[in-house]
Design a binder for this molecule. Structure first.
Ligand SMILES: [Zn+2]
Length: 297
């Protein structure tokens, strides 16, 4: 998000993977600003999770979902308001019922326009995908928890409280042991901290850690991260352990009144040493900045 993007963040409906009976993921293809997209079916209805960035991507997702649904009713939800997850929802208007948690709906309303501007500034390929975006209005808003009945299958939508954003939610399919986490979890890369003071300081490292401690204890069998390969419960444990270490290593240096530059330098080196294979290293510094601000002085 902080760097300019030179590639086209385009959703490709290829290598669609069936995780369980009537439950598929359109994988992100490891393309930055393309999310993993889920389609979850029941007897009567189908739920789509995430839209892709902008209306052109969302049209592809809607077309795929409509074909997949074969006449079943469509629902759409998004894990949080960030543009590659939610800024295509307008395309689903009249075709699907768009439902989200209240904190996410408020994020969209309060911060949507600012994020649209910020993302347009990431470069021509991103701006092109965002042409014609109209910030969506959910059809249905719930507070903390919503059980969506698809017919013989119940999907649990759960607001987690502030973590990666103010309005994160997870989507759980209990009969399949599948959990969609959005950007609370990324595979094979460092956790995304959208820490952009003074414009956006909603991300909370300490609350995020608390959410991951809870999720890791809930026994998901299959975890669909916001970005990166689908995995098992180890993905939850990896992020939990990373956030804990990032907090501890940041705070112990903060206690010693070390300069901010030195804290970043030392913690960054440690984290890379711990996870040499993880991508997106620049997010470490944002995470350190966030946790410094959350240090109990
Ligand atoms: Zn995000």
């Amino acid at each position: 998000m902080a760097d300019r993007v030179s590639h086209d963040p385009v959703v490709h409906i290829t290598e669609v993977r069936e995780l369980d009976r009537d439950l598929v993921v359109v994988p992100d293809g490891r393309v930055q600003l393309v999310p993993n997209i889920g389609v979850i079916g029941g007897r009567d209805a189908v739920l789509v999770v995430e839209t892709g960035l902008g209306p052109r991507n969302a049209e592809k997702v809607l077309e795929f979902a409509t074909e997949y649904a074969r006449g079943r009713r469509l629902y759409l939800t998004t894990t949080h308001f960030h543009p590659e997850h939610a800024f295509g929802a307008q395309v689903f208007a009249g075709e699907a019922t768009f439902l989200v948690n209240r904190a996410q709906a408020e994020d969209l309303k309060v911060k949507g326009a600012g994020y649209l501007d910020m993302f347009r500034g990431l470069g021509e390929p991103v701006a092109r995908q965002l042409e014609g975006v109209v910030l969506p209005e959910p059809d249905l808003v719930y507070d903390e928890a919503y059980d969506l009945e698809l017919g013989g299958r119940t999907v649990q939508l759960r607001a987690t409280g502030r973590a990666h954003s103010r309005g994160d939610q997870v989507v759980r399919v209990p009969d399949a042991g599948v959990l969609f986490t959005g950007d609370l979890v990324e595979a094979e890369q460092f956790a995304i901290f959208p820490w952009f003071p003074p414009y956006d300081t909603d991300v909370s490292g300490t609350r995020w850690l608390a959410v991951m401690e809870r999720l890791a204890g809930e026994g998901a069998r299959v975890v669909v991260p916001g970005h990166g390969a689908v995995g098992g419960p180890e993905l939850l444990a990896d992020v939990r352990d990373y956030l804990r270490l990032l907090r501890d290593e940041t705070w112990v240096r903060r206690d010693s009144a070390m300069s901010a530059e030195t804290i970043v330098e030392e913690v960054r080196a440690l984290m890379i040493e711990r996870h040499p294979e993880w991508a997106e290293r620049d997010w470490i510094e944002k995470g350190v900045g966030c946790l410094c601000a959350e240090h109990p002085a």
